[in-house]
Design a protein around this ligand. Structure first.
Ligand SMILES: [Mg+2]
Length: 239
């Protein structure tokens, strides 16, 4: 990696993750509402909720629109729960919306903070480039990550999600950096690698499970060949 190259980082799956949301959902439903659901049902319902959220998160641009999206996601969750979800209230302190928000707790990956600090100590400027709703800033504060970044580009606030180049170019402008000098690391090929290339930035794919199907190398030829790392420590060893 070029000395002091500006580094853009995706958020979900790259610097933060969530802790067993389906298990937390089951516990909260049992404790608060006395509703019992099975493990598989909880996982399937969370999956439906996450899929809906990922399609819609750019609509949540402020407090009211975020609250509306969360309520809508809770409705998707309720429908996906089937019979045990019938009649569950969405609103109120023990409503499904509040329970859903409580079930989703974001945490940094084990190596996130040490790697960000090591990169900063080497003089790299860091930015988050994320497909997320307006609440990302709060998540970064709560996880102790906010102060480690010089810029945060959030799709919902820009009206454009990766692979659109706008979140990348916005972060670079805030860093006062040129695309050709920068790298971007993220865990989703179609958003992070494709988007970085569209913005003229060198892509690094973070493949924690070793499970990402990469395009055939010949078909993947680009001025910016993708480098694959298995956790963020890989950034410290890049050539
Ligand atoms: Mg991601």
């Amino acid at each position: 990696m070029a000395p002091r190259a500006p580094i853009l980082l995706d958020a979900m799956g790259t610097i933060v993750t969530f802790v067993a949301p389906a298990a937390r959902l089951r516990t909260l439903l049992a404790q608060r509402l006395g509703v019992q659901i099975g493990e598989d049902a909880a996982r399937a319902a969370m999956k439906a909720e996450v899929a809906h959220y990922r399609r819609e998160h750019d609509r949540a641009i402020d407090g009211p629109s975020l609250a509306a999206l969360r309520r809508e996601c809770a409705g998707v969750l309720r429908d996906a729960l089937g019979a045990p979800g019938d009649g569950l209230a969405l609103d109120g302190p023990d409503g499904l919306t509040a329970i859903l928000v409580e079930a989703i707790v974001f945490v940094p990956f084990p190596e996130t903070i040490e790697v960000l600090d090591a990169l900063r100590a080497r003089g790299h400027r860091l930015a988050v480039v994320s497909n997320w709703d307006v609440s990302l800033l709060e998540v970064l504060e709560r996880t102790g990550l906010a102060a480690r970044f010089d810029a945060v580009a959030i799709s919902a606030l820009l009206g454009a999600s990766k692979p659109d180049p706008l979140p990348f170019t916005t972060a670079l402008r805030e860093l006062g950096a040129q695309p050709r000098d920068a790298i971007h690391v993220g865990d989703t090929y179609g958003e992070d690698v494709v988007g970085a290339r569209a913005a003229g930035v060198r892509p690094i794919l973070l493949d924690r499970e070793g499970a990402t199907d990469l395009p055939d190398p010949a078909a993947d030829a680009d001025d910016h060949p993708v480098t694959v790392i298995s956790d963020l420590r890989g950034l410290l060893a890049l050539p």
